[in-house]
Design a protein around this ligand. Sequence first.
Ligand SMILES: Cc1ncc(COP(=O)(O)O)c(C=O)c1O
Length: 638
Amino acid sequence: MKQLLSQTQWTSKDSVELYGINRWGLDYFDIADNGDVVVNANLENGESHQVSLKHISEGLQQRGLDMPIMLRLDNLVDKRIDELNLGFQKAIDELDYQGKYQGVFPIKVNQQSQVIKEIVKYGEKYDYGLEAGSKAELLIAISTLKNRKSLIICNGYKDAEFIDLGLQAIRLGFKCFFVMETPKELQLILERSEFWGVNPLLGMRLKLSTKVDGQWTNDSGDRSLFGLTTNQIINVIDDLKAVGKIDCLKLLHYHLGSQIPNIRNIRDGIREATRYYINMVDEGVKLEYIDLGGGLAVDYDGTGNGDFSRNYSVEEYCIDIIEGLKESLDRFEIPHPIVITESGRATVAPMSVLLFNIIDVNTFEPQEVKIESEDHHESITSLLETIEGIDLKNLQESYNDALYYRDQTQEAFRRGLITLRERAIGENLYLSILQKVLSLVPQLKYPSDDLQTLDYKLADIYYGNFSVFQSLPDAWAIGQIFPVIPIHRLDTKPTRQAVIADLTCDCDGKLDNFCGMGSNEKTLPLHHKEPSEEYILGVFLVGAYQETLGDLHNLFGDTNVASVRIVENGIIEYVNEIEGDSISDVLSYVEYEPQDLYKSFRSTAELAVSENRISIQERQTMLKLFKESLTGYTYFEQ
Ligand SMILES: Cc1ncc(COP(=O)(O)O)c(C=O)c1O
């Protein structure tokens, strides 16, 4: 069971420890002395600034953007691009590697136009490119990239149109590679290349036997969906030789899986892939590139191990890859290839923070129990006796009794033996017992599972103005942990333990898996909230996959989005504000025509006028309300 730190003088430092921000925050986030979460912006001109997220959110609200808001911090994506590129550069220099590093960003990880534009703009100095897994993504790549030295890597199944588009990119001067996911693709690529009179740039996806730990273990290994087997590789090489196009094959690709938690898997992968590289060079293939796909993990829970973390740093990742390649290739005196990675989540996860306000709180505190008569149903008498007798020695027994007699009270109610008020008395006594037991559990040396999870059963429910399904789909789908913390008031002690429910009224629409002092904490320490007070929480590291995978459950649409950048003197530049979906938008996504709905509602209202149910003025008020709702935000509006 989690214990809140016990100092009477609570400071922001205690909150840093409690919420683990220094473990998952990557030096990007911290808590200031005034209790606000701050983003650390280290500018290229050497200035460093700490800017409060509360302050940013107030600025956004003043500009008319209501909660929930997906806040994108542009400085952080730039920083991640730097860290990856400089990490590889350092490894290359230290190990005297003769090739270079040239990364690409996989568009699928965050396709939002503002994000891609920022990556392309900032990445230009590193010749950073894009990976496209579909025709739509390829269109984004060829129209956004301006630097012809950047690579475009085309993965996924490719039809003739996809290939034609890629070939035009080559004609425009881009290095656009078709990575063959299956041997069948070769014929079509050759046909289309001949048609356009363009030599294709070919890559080949390997089906490595290296298996990885974590959630995406099926992306690799013998049964992985994509990639060529050894037989298929040989066939493709022979086919290319037969048509005199073997020189087009320049790139080896593999992708072990996303969020690889264990550096050992990455080392094993590079070792196996390098063996393919060496053997294919031996076969006369003029390889120049090796593409490791994605997989560089994000430390979501700050623990340094497990599926939502990683046991290595970016630096270690870069060193191990370069070292693994160099060691093996040098033995055969094979020139060092250009190294490509398709790091998605590691590049964009830190940049986005979902901000939402708490709109209500439900606690499981007993209300004061007024017992006027001495004459109770026996189950209530037993609950009263249980509460009197609780001590450290009989905690488990008191807990068991509370459950038993509460059930008896419910049964008595069902049979009509007690009234609603008496049942309420029973519920309150039950909660009183559980709360008392909970307060004593920390003194037990070996509490049972029931007692260890009592804090979860009694946790408050904080209702947040957001949808898990729209903004944090992985929290629902795969139990992904994202750091969640209040973005203010952290210089005071949080006195409540809570789970967070979203607006969807769906029992899955909740967050009850948190990181902090450890991982997999079932409740989150939060502050007491007065109904009139604003209380804002931030969900961190949500920049990868979440925005596009999100769905319209309950017709909660896209949230408002804001991109900000911290510039000289710590000034906040509000770079972009994008209004979330209106109700009209989400209705049209599910095939309603908002104008038709309005007309249909108008005729219902007119009928009610003719039936004398409502006046004409009331009809007008209703129609105005309907119209205004159509243009309104799908979330809870103050
Ligand atoms: C081929 C390919 N490249 C890159 C990525 C991005 O992976 P990550 O976000 O783990 O870097 C993926 C995602 O699974 C992928 O399938």
